[in-house]
Design a binder for this molecule. Sequence first.
Ligand SMILES: [Zn+2]
Length: 142
Amino acid sequence: MNPGGQAQKQCWQCSTLNDINASRCSACGSYLSGVPTSAPTNAQYPRGPAIQSNYGMIQVPAGSHPIWVVVLLSVLFGGWAGMLVNRQIVKGLVYGLVAGLVFCYVTCCFGFLVWYPLTLIDAILVAMKLNRGQAVKEWEFF
Ligand SMILES: [Zn+2]
């Protein structure tokens, strides 16, 4: 393709080889001077895949979730406190605290015996999932 052995430059527009001293492409007339032969074009930077929506999902690096803080707070105050540490904020407040209080009120605090261990177990199991690096939904249970 280069019989004379002399340097040539490739047209950035149409890839035709032109004389090194040519200022314009002999095929398409594009200006050649100052244009690097391997000028990057937008085609070399394809758009990456759309960022996966992580809305409503909670995920932390594996091994970084403070399980013992969840256990401690859940044992002391009820599972809703552990849910807050698990970043299940809405779930912790609505389900854990409000529903727990209503449940206790309706059942004359008898429901506390059900509510307390359930929320405790839920908070700890979710904390263990998070610590494994698993993504957890805002409203995921156990
Ligand atoms: Zn050209």
